[in-house]
Design a protein around this ligand. Structure first.
Ligand code: GUN
Ligand code: ZN
Length: 446
């Protein structure tokens, strides 16, 4: 029945920490265990107790002294930009035109899309990310490749075909009708199939005509359980261009509001230069602003104002935004998040960072019953973190005296080398467990 007892120092969140001493917000079990059966968590707790319930003879993955957490969640990135990370020297609009709109044309070819999708999923797993929300290219083939690669690995993934019908090269443009028809077909095929969720994805106001926005509005109304994703207020030139294209809108946010796109399943990438009015609109509608720190620094976009979101009661999440984002690692992402907030005099505690990477981002997606925390009935998407995964970290860890300090070292110095193992629906996907499973399969077929 596919059972496994995962042993280690278990950490999972119950609520958003309200300060460094808010120990009620998380559960930490020094000699802990997670018992997994059929891809789900059956029980978490003290190892002695959980192993007694699991019974004798159960397979054990002993990860001591490492930390065992829910799999990390990335709420915004671009799968066709996997090979365009580190494209030099431009801010948003020039970067899109010079590099990205060239790169994304390659995804007209299904074989290319499939090869990149495989690599993309493997990079996520290698970095401990078990769920992500991605844009595909305008080509339906890219969506097929994306969800097929996720399905082959059993991953819970959100994604969708980008819709763009202006201000992009001919080869990357659809039409309002084509964008609608292709999206509809992809929703019918993929949304709710296994662990797949569809995101209706008008790229941003600059690349969609009012007619395409109306089609997006119809799709959102017809498919209320789908996510919606777009970009908002990332760069000053972008804001000026977008608002010039929709002169009747009060501001950039109002463009999307006028087309009925703002709801609690809407993810808005960046949200750097929003006024109080705009953040209040996000708060009223439940739409989520997505903080993409490595991207915002890399493109010279600006500094996300988290305190404004908190003060006005708006929801926010964190994300890599690969390929403007410079790393698939959510640990490195939180390192940059800490620095960006610091530049604005805002603090991010280590417990709040790890809350965001897990339960916080799961709540932003409304998926907290399935992912983001370790509780009975949750999906067994689990990451095992080694706080001494690099030699400089091992040396630094010798002086660490608290869990908070250890988490801060992990986020400040860590990357994929600190991800010792990843379980997707209870299946080992990265480390020794994956090698053991492969050996077992070979033995069985011999
Ligand atoms: N705005 C519209 N498209 C994109 C994109 O691909 N990346 C980023 N960072 N911003 C965008
Ligand atoms: Zn983006």
């Amino acid at each position: 029945m596919n059972e496994l007892l995962i042993r280690g120092r278990v950490l999972t969140f119950l609520a958003e920490p309200q300060g460094i001493d808010d120990t009620a917000a998380w559960r930490y079990i020094e000699d802990g265990a997670v018992f997994v059966r059929g891809g789900k968590v059956v029980e978490i707790g003290e190892h002695a107790e959980v192993s007694r319930h699991a019974g004798p003879g159960v397979a054990v993955a002993d990860h001591r002294p490492h930390l065992v957490l829910p799999g990390l969640i990335d709420t915004h990135l671009h799968f066709p930009q996997t090979q365009a990370i580190a494209s030099y020297g431009a801010q948003l609009l020039e970067w899109l035109n010079t590099y990205i709109f060239v790169e994304e044309q390659k995804f007209a070819e299904a074989a290319h899309a499939a090869a990149v999708a495989d690599r993309f999923m493997d990079e996520l797993i290698s970095n401990g990310t078990t769920t992500a929300v991605a844009y595909c290219s305008v080509h339906p083939e890219s969506v097929e490749a994306y969800f097929s690669a996720a399905e082959a690995r059993g991953m819970r993934m959100v994604g969708g075909k980008v819709m763009m019908d202006r201000n992009a090269p001919d080869a990357l443009r659809d039409t309002p009708q084509q964008g609608y028809d292709e999206t509809k077909r992809l929703i019918e095929k993929w949304h709710g199939r296994g662990r797949a969720h569809y995101a209706i994805s008008p790229r941003f106001a600059i690349t969609s005509t009012p007619e395409q926005m109306e089609m997006s509005q119809a799709l959102v109304a017809e498919h209320p359980s789908c996510y919606v994703q777009t970009h908002l207020s990332e760069n000053r030139d972008e804001i000026a261009f977008a608002t010039s294209l929709y002169p009747q809108a009060k501001d950039y946010t109002d463009i999307y509001a006028r087309y009925g796109l703002l709801n609690d399943r809407m993810l808005l990438g960046h949200c750097i230069y929003l006024s109080d009015r705009e953040v209040s609109v996000l708060a009223e509608t439940g739409a989520v602003g997505v903080f993409c720190p490595t991207s915002n620094l890399f493109l010279g976009s600006g500094l996300f104002d988290r305190d404004k979101f908190d003060r006005l009661g708006a929801r926010w999440s964190v994300a890599t935004d690969v390929g403007a984002g410079t790393s698939f690692s959510m640990l490195e992402t939180m390192d940059e998040a800490y620095k960006v907030l610091h530049l604005n005099g805002q603090k991010l505690t280590p417990f709040n960072s790890f809350y965001r990477l897990t339960l916080g981002n799961a709540r932003a997606l409304g998926l907290e019953t399935h992912i983001g925390s370790l509780h009975a009935g949750a999906d067994a998407d689990i990451v095992v973190l080694d706080s001494s995964g690099k030699s400089a970290m091992e040396y630094r860890m010798r002086t660490a005296t608290s869990l908070a300090e250890e988490l801060f070292i992990l986020q400040t110095m860590g990357d994929d080398r600190c991800v010792a193992e990843v379980y997707v629906a209870g299946k080992a996907m990265k480390g020794k467990g994956k090698a053991d499973a492969a050996r077992q399969r070979l033995l069985e077929t011999a």
